[in-house]
Design a protein around this ligand. Structure first.
Ligand code: TMP
Ligand code: ASP
Length: 237
């Protein structure tokens, strides 16, 4: 597979075209961003750790019958993926109250949410990813009602697979964000990434934060902690 021109540079990943029309290369950079790009730092090895972590998680999800974008890991920091027509919303599931939910509703942090809460956010840094609902998504043509149902179904399916996977390694999956796209067959496929950059993970016993909140809150040992998460799951680094 030959790497061609850069297609898109995000805050933490760069997407390249390839010589195959329907395949892209994702390059996981060391850049770490928070607060819509207001805080950006390069953290050594983060690209490598996230690329390997993402490949591991996406493979687990594929085995559980969830279609993902990932085709193969090409190098320490690059993966080959299917080209998708991305839907510009983020799907968030929360098992435990934290982050923006606590600020927005004034609820107690660490409260277990039964049933888990599902939220949509519009992907738009300039607007700070505002929360949107099904009606906004349909009215503005970002996705159809059928695609919305499928995204919710798949996001909850991911929850059942990953909650167990992390629980068995002594971690609580507090919340996470997924992004979906449409493949050339018209199917909804899980895209983007699943790494500690896009979820909250707490050590179940000690409640230690093991995700990007370490960076957001300046707690230090960011990549070291991602490596600990990876090792607990058996990801080969
Ligand atoms: P929030 O509490 O800030 O709304 O975030 C909920 C979850 O979604 C958390 O695990 C972080 C993740 N997330 C992202 O990865 N990127 C984003 O742009 C947002 C808004 C959330
Ligand atoms: N991913 C967003 C950013 O890079 C928001 C965040 O994670 O805090 O700025």
């Amino acid at each position: 597979m030959e790497k061609r021109d850069e297609l898109y540079r995000g805050k933490a990943k760069t997407v390249y075209l390839t010589d195959a029309e329907d395949k892209l290369i994702l390059h996981f950079r060391n850049d770490t961003s928070a607060f819509d790009g207001q805080k950006i730092e390069q953290l050594e090895r983060k690209g490598e750790v996230n690329n390997k972590f993402n490949h591991f998680i996406m493979s687990k999800l594929e085995s559980a019958g969830i279609k993902t974008q990932v085709e193969e890991r090409l190098s320490d920091t690059e993966s080959l993926v299917k080209k998708l027509d991305m839907i510009p919303v983020e799907c968030v599931v929360r098992n435990v109250a934290a982050g923006s939910l606590v600020k927005r509703l004034g609820v107690e942090e660490a409260k277990e949410l039964t049933p888990p809460v599902f939220e949509f956010f519009l992907k738009n840094d300039a607007l700070h990813d505002p929360m949107v609902n099904d009606y906004h998504i349909i009215s503005f043509g970002w996705a159809t009602e059928e695609q919305i149902s499928k995204m919710k179904e798949l996001t909850f399916k991911v929850n059942s697979v990953l909650k167990t996977l992390f629980a068995e390694a002594g971690m609580t999956l507090v919340d996470y964000k997924l992004e979906f796209g449409i493949d050339k067959q018209g199917d909804i496929v899980l895209g983007d990434e699943f790494t500690p950059d896009g979820c909250r993970l707490w050590d179940t016993e000690t409640k230690k934060k093991m995700d990007k909140d370490r960076f957001r809150q300046g707690l230090g040992n960011v990549v070291e902690t991602y490596i600990e998460v990876a090792k607990r799951l058996g990801v080969e680094l």
